[in-house]
Design a binder for this molecule. Sequence first.
Ligand code: KIV
Ligand code: NA
Length: 265
Amino acid sequence: AKRITTHSLQEMKNTNEKISMLTAYDFSMAQILDAANIDVLLVGDSASNVMAGHETTLPITLDQMIYHASSVVRGVKRALVVVDIPFGSYQGNSRQALDSAIRIMKESGAHAVKMEGGAEIKESVMRVLSAGVPVMGHLGLTPQSIYKFGTYTVRAKEETEAAKLIEDAKILEECGCFAIVVEKIPSKLAEKVSKAISIPIIGIGAGGGVDGQVLVSHDLLGITKEFNPRFLRRYADLSDIMQKAVEEYIKDVKAESFPSKDESY
Ligand code: KIV
Ligand code: NA
């Protein structure tokens, strides 16, 4: 299969083909999602929650993100691999942003990075882009700033915050970002951004009027159970399937029916 590039995504927006994006943090999952022909795999800092069990995305380190990213890259033949630069590795310091982006690209073999924020991180975005590293933006609910927001509720519901979001999207487009994720904002606003901006807008909890959708794979597969926002559609209940399989195994071990003669040397 032909590799997806940042240019393929722009082509998809131009021809009205919706972009599919999911998270991946490891080799085995990346192989499955890539075989299904997912367009973009995001090595999200949601690994902090999903893989490590932290309450927020803040604790995950650059080294840990690089470990996840390199594992995903080895599992992918087609998808574009985008990696979150983690909290504390780019905000307020463009030199540090550049160093972090270069480490991710060199050490993991990923194809692009993602950073949260608009005007506040413009210098960092521009410096990373100047090194030839493609940057995906992320606006709306930006979990790395959760302690500033205080809650995970819908963002940009009122006029001034909505206006700032559109302004930030324009800034990121002008900087040269190849796409922007918008998280948990009213669908009317998301659609407006997608129309006002020429680069692809990829939504999570942002309605159907955008250029693509992203979800956390473990959520859509039902591996996680506790997280139940309105925007999440579960396509499977893997946690039940996995638990039942393990219960069967335990039963067989206890009953000495596993391993059988055929399963032994
Ligand atoms: O880390 C993540 O999973 C993300 C997506 C939800 C966009 O940033
Ligand atoms: Na993220």
